[in-house]
Design a protein around this ligand. Structure first.
Ligand code: SAM
Length: 394
């Protein structure tokens, strides 16, 4: 496909996505219907679509319209190209610019428009992040880097780097975690890399690794991952500390791959049904990696930035409160409850901890930490809550 044909395909896809189609589904459907497109074409079209979604507001301003075509015109102008040269109507490329299109468009206004932030969220993000808000939003306009976690039960970081380099993937250490590598070149071959297939390396964001590093677990201790999903954080904790690991999720199918992934990584993780949890309790540590807006990872899921609304945020905060109260019942006296979100919003973070502490006597907040995308990984929030020992019993 020519560069123009890729732009035309991306513009059509963006129209579907702006109309409500999930981005991943639209891209998969497009690939099925255009078998002639090679993997390089598919990857290039995907990049165009995701770049446009990350910068939807600013590109719509530059391109003069919030349509697939408008965003593609905006993207061409943003990268300093003369849009008229790309929109030339040749072959399967996009039709030439109309006079109106050639004249439309302006520089995005400073503030939420230039930062590609929905207006309603801008005050919340400023309250939540203070002076860091603009840098965090600017980072969310960029593609996410590819990060790996070195499973130090299987190999060392130096060895992993050397083997990757010999196979054509250059990496550098990431400052957020001692086990994290950032891929510099050669990311595309990684899915078939023997170290990835054998569990010696895992794809995991560096800040997600940093959060896992903060979860305390005594050697040989018992950990419950209450919202385990794919279990990425349990695997990271298990690579650091030997213990007994139990995973739970309200949607158990999300944990389907976890036992096999854990076995590859040299760990045993038991997936417990919701009604079997009480029999497994108490735990030294319960990790609540709560469902959230995902605002810290909007680089990876930029559609989420535009579909979140105040009603959904209210639903999420109510669910976060509910989960914290349910999960804390499984913590042993003197044990720890770790609350994690990949959200940048205080409403889902500090405010949930404050609500929990005011509703549940006998708990103390021992630490809180926030990571923003400006730190080089996804945005995360971590709080460590300690269950006081009840000295009135026994
Ligand atoms: C942020 S994701 C977890 C990601 C995972 N820990 C990881 O590191 O890959 C949140 C998970 O919470 C689960 N969940 C939602 N509501 C829940 C509830 N009431 N109780 C337990 N899990 C819940 C979702 O199914 C989802 O898998």
């Amino acid at each position: 496909m020519t560069p123009g044909a890729r732009v035309a395909a991306a513009a059509d896809l963006l129209d579907d996505i702006l109309g409500g189609a999930p981005a991943e589904k639209a891209l998969t459907g497009w690939a099925r219907g255009h078998r002639f497109a090679g993997s390089k074409d598919r990857a290039a079209i995907r990049d165009l679509v995701y770049d446009a979604l990350r910068r939807r507001r600013s590109l719509a301003a530059l391109g003069g319209a919030e349509t697939g075509r408008g965003l593609m015109i905006g993207l061409a102008r943003e990268s300093g190209h003369d849009a008229a040269l790309l929109f030339d109507g040749v072959g399967y490329g996009p039709a030439p610019l109309s006079e109106a299109e050639a004249e439309a468009g302006r520089a995005p206004l400073d503030g939420p428009e230039a930062l590609d932030c929905p207006d309603w969220l801008w005050p919340d993000l400023q309250d939540s992040l203070g002076a860091d808000a603009a840098a965090a939003l600017a980072a969310l306009r960029e593609r996410a880097p590819v990060h790996l976690r070195v499973n130090t039960r299987r190999t060392t970081v130096d060895e992993a780097q050397a083997q990757l380099a010999a196979a054509g993937t250059d990496t550098r250490r990431h400052p957020l975690s001692a086990t994290a590598l950032e891929v510099v070149t050669g990311a595309r071959r990684l899915r078939a890399d023997p170290a990835v297939l054998s569990g010696a390396l895992e794809f995991q964001d560096a800040a997600s690794q940093a959060v896992s590093d903060l979860v305390p677990l005594p050697e040989g201790g018992r950990l419950l991952d209450y919202c385990a999903g794919g279990g990425g954080k349990t695997l990271a904790i298990g690579a650091r500390v030997k213990g007994h690991f139990v995973a739970h999720d309200a949607a158990p199918r999300r944990m389907a791959d976890l036992p096999a992934r854990a076995a590859r990584a040299g760990l045993a993780v038991h997936c417990a049904a919701p009604d079997a949890l009480a029999a497994e309790a108490p735990f030294d540590t319960v990790l609540v990696d709560a469902p959230c807006s995902g605002s810290g990872s909007w680089r990876r899921d930029p559609q989420g930035k535009w579909t979140l609304d105040p009603a959904r945020l209210d639903e999420l905060t109510a669910l976060q409160d509910e989960i914290l109260v349910a999960a804390c019942g499984h913590v042993a006296q003197g044990g720890s409850l770790c609350y994690v979100t990949c959200s940048l919003l205080a409403r889902e973070n500090e405010e949930r901890i404050a609500a929990f502490l005011s509703a549940m006597p006998g708990w103390t907040c021992r630490a809180q930490h926030r990571f923003t995308p400006a730190d080089g990984g996804d945005g995360f929030f971590f709080a460590l809550l300690g269950r006081d020992v009840d000295t009135t019993q026994g």
